[in-house]
Design a protein around this ligand. Structure first.
Ligand code: ADP
Ligand code: MG
Length: 221
């Protein structure tokens, strides 16, 4: 297809980010409902299932994400529904299978992105999720690579930083792990010249640890 972007599928993107020490929930790529039921046995329930197709960039828009699945029956139904929804959304989409991932605990959501600037090269963006980015445009940028201390400085620039520090009886979140994640992804962006765009949305931040829940990586050409 001519208008296809050169996107890594999420299982491939996750393999790459994990090789840079970036945390993502335990997962399995499956190509049938039977395989999905088998995978459920090896993962911690509940799980999330997502469409795997290079032709579907925004998975939820395609009805391609099902969350909170607990039983073999849930997983079997989700597999069939995800495939049917994806075909309805784009009848020409080449569908590889389904990504089944452990469901992450609730947490504060942030977004991290990379775009490659013509002059500066890879540039990293950070912000809190939801209205902070969509309405308030409360985001901050740096040219890559950044080390951990630069990542900490960067985070302090957003108005929402107070939320990460913990306010009104809320515990402070793991800003240190978040800084490490920012630094690691900036390094990946510099080393991998074939990457043109990265979008982690959402990343969850906990009192201890962070987790990327959605890893979209676009390559050149
Ligand atoms: P897309 O952005 O392509 O629609 P996502 O992978 O971001 O797809 O999934 C959509 C939503 O599902 C996420 O914003 C998040 O709320 C939820 N989600 C995805 N993966 C997980 C997970 N492993 N644990 C918990 N929630 C998840
Ligand atoms: Mg997403």
């Amino acid at each position: 297809m001519s208008n296809r972007v050169n996107m890594l599928t999420e299982p491939k993107a996750v393999e790459l980010i994990q090789s840079y020490g970036i945390p993502y929930p335990s997962n399995k790529f499956v190509t049938s409902a039977v395989e999905a039921i088998e995978a459920l046995k090896t993962l911690k329930s509940p799980v999330v299932m997502k469409i795997v197709s290079k032709d579907i960039v925004h998975k939820s828009d395609a009805g391609g994400v099902k969350v909170n699945l607990k039983t073999a029956e849930d997983v079997e139904n989700a597999y069939e529904e995800i495939l049917a929804n994806a075909k309805k959304y784009n009848k020409d989409a080449e569908i590889e299978g389904v990504f089944i991932c452990e469901m992450a605990d609730k947490g504060e959501e942030v977004i991290i992105g990379i775009v490659v600037d013509d002059i500066f090269g890879p540039t990293i963006m950070f912000g809190l999720g939801g209205i902070f980015v969509e309405v308030l445009k409360d985001v901050t940028f740096r040219v890559c690579p950044i080390d951990k201390s630069e990542a900490l400085e960067m985070m302090k620039e957003i108005k929402g930083y107070k939320i990460l520090q913990g306010t009104r009886g809320q515990a402070a979140l793991d800003i240190d792990s978040l800084a490490e994640l920012l630094s690691n992804i900036s390094r990946l962006a510099v080393e991998r010249k074939d990457i043109s765009e990265i979008d982690f949305n959402p990343v969850r931040v906990y009192e201890k640890g962070v987790k990327v829940l959605d890893a979209r990586i676009i390559c050149n050409g």
